[in-house]
Design a protein around this ligand. Structure first.
Ligand SMILES: NC(=O)C1=CN([C@@H]2O[C@H](COP(=O)(O)OP(=O)(O)OC[C@H]3O[C@@H](n4cnc5c(N)ncnc54)[C@H](OP(=O)(O)O)[C@@H]3O)[C@@H](O)[C@H]2O)C=CC1
Ligand SMILES: Nc1nc(=O)c2c([nH]1)NC[C@@H]1CN(c3ccc(C(=O)N[C@@H](CCC(=O)O)C(=O)O)cc3)C=[N+]21
Length: 289
């Protein structure tokens, strides 16, 4: 019954455009866009994501800077490192990999990123812009999800969207972007009572839980649009794909759905940032006679 909502091809188009713009910027100004990634601790899955982002950047002609800090890093040390990158004119975008070890104040760390370099859309500044429907850097996964829904002409205005999860980089901003597109949004989380019943009322479901095969087929309204943002061990999503695919009208596969869109938006926004920063940097100095 359902049709796949594939991210791979759309993401490849976005990356190709970002690469063209990166090359044009370098041609014009000599500046190569540069994305810094910051990883705290030695979680192997996080290290893999960071490597993936760096490889994809390189292919798009975007430079990368990698900072890896030990798991014992304090909030103060991490904040100092992010301030350093924020003040480094050669770095245009900064990504701090979520989650950071539990003893670190993640919000304080995110806020140490200069909003002009927040190409991953994790600062309060970026969140407020998303919530108010103003332009600005979008949180990459939610922004990628919206681009995918738009590409597949999914009606968002007036739809009931149920978001499962409220993390600062995924669930919460995803709901805000859907709201800005005039969906009626319900947020659900680990303290939600009767989750399956709520999900059954959704026209659009965004699963962002971090639990493999968590959303079952009988939780879905027939014809619902299902976005599976989960990416669990073994490349398994948060939605039980086989069950959901027989009920949904559109569903994202894992892999090949939301993941590639996340990276594509990250690279697009890294080039946006580099363009904006080099515009101010190359503005000629006016010397008065
Ligand atoms: N494809 C991509 O680009 C990306 C994929 N991901 C993937 O998305 C998933 C979620 O990631 P992330 O948001 O970072 O994860 P977090 O662990 O930060 O957040 C998980 C959220 O799920 C909620 N939750 C946990 N258990 C339940 C439950 N039983 N019922 C309802 N809600 C529950 C939590 O609720 P509470 O707030 O109450 O604790 C929390 O809000 C992961 O699989 C991750 O790998 C993440 C980022 C990007
Ligand atoms: N600050 C922050 N921003 C993030 O965006 C962020 C983060 N922290 N922490 C971890 C998660 C995870 N994440 C993924 C990105 C791409 C794929 C992806 O491209 N997956 C491919 C498969 C790639 C492969 O396995 O070869 C796919 O789904 O098709 C997956 C997961 C971003 N995250």
């Amino acid at each position: 019954m359902s049709k796949l909502m594939i991210g791979t091809d759309l993401a490849a188009e976005m990356v190709a455009k970002a690469a063209e713009r990166a090359a044009a910027l370098q041609e014009k100004t000599g500046v190569q866009p540069c994305l810094a990634t910051v990883l705290v601790g030695d979680d192997p899955a996080s290290a893999t994501y960071v490597r993936m982002k760096q490889n994809r950047s390189k292919k798009a002609g975007i430079g990368s800077r990698s900072v890896v800090l030990p798991a014992e890093t304090t909030t103060g040390e991490l904040v100092a490192e992010l301030h350093k990158l924020s003040n480094d004119p050669e770095v245009h975008g900064i990504l701090l990999q979520h989650p950071v070890p539990g003893h670190i104040d993640e919000r304080a760390a995110f806020e140490a990123i200069d909003p002009a370099k927040d190409v991953d859309g994790v600062t309060m500044h970026a969140f407020a812009a998303m919530a108010f429907g103003e332009p600005g850097f979008r949180s990459c996964t939610p922004g990628g999800i919206l681009r995918l829904l738009e590409a597949y002409d999914v009606p968002i205005a007036g739809a009931h969207a149920v978001v499962i999860g409220r993390s600062p980089i995924l669930g919460k901003p995803a709901g805000m972007l859907l709201l800005a597109s005039n969906a009626t949004v319900t947020y659900t989380h680990s303290r939600t009572v009767n989750l399956p019943e709520i999900v059954r009322t959704a026209d659009i479901v965004v699963a962002a839980v971090g639990k493999a095969n968590f959303v079952r087929g009988d939780w879905l309204k027939p014809g619902a649009v299902v976005v599976d943002a989960g990416y669990n061990e073994g490349n398994v999503g948060d939605v039980h794909f086989d069950e959901a695919a027989s009920v949904a009208s559109l569903i994202t596969p894992v892999p090949g759905g939301v993941g590639p869109m996340t990276i594509a938006l990250l690279l697009e926004q890294a080039v946006d940032a580099a363009e904006a920063q080099s515009e101010t940097a190359v503005r000629p100095v006016v010397t008065l006679p």
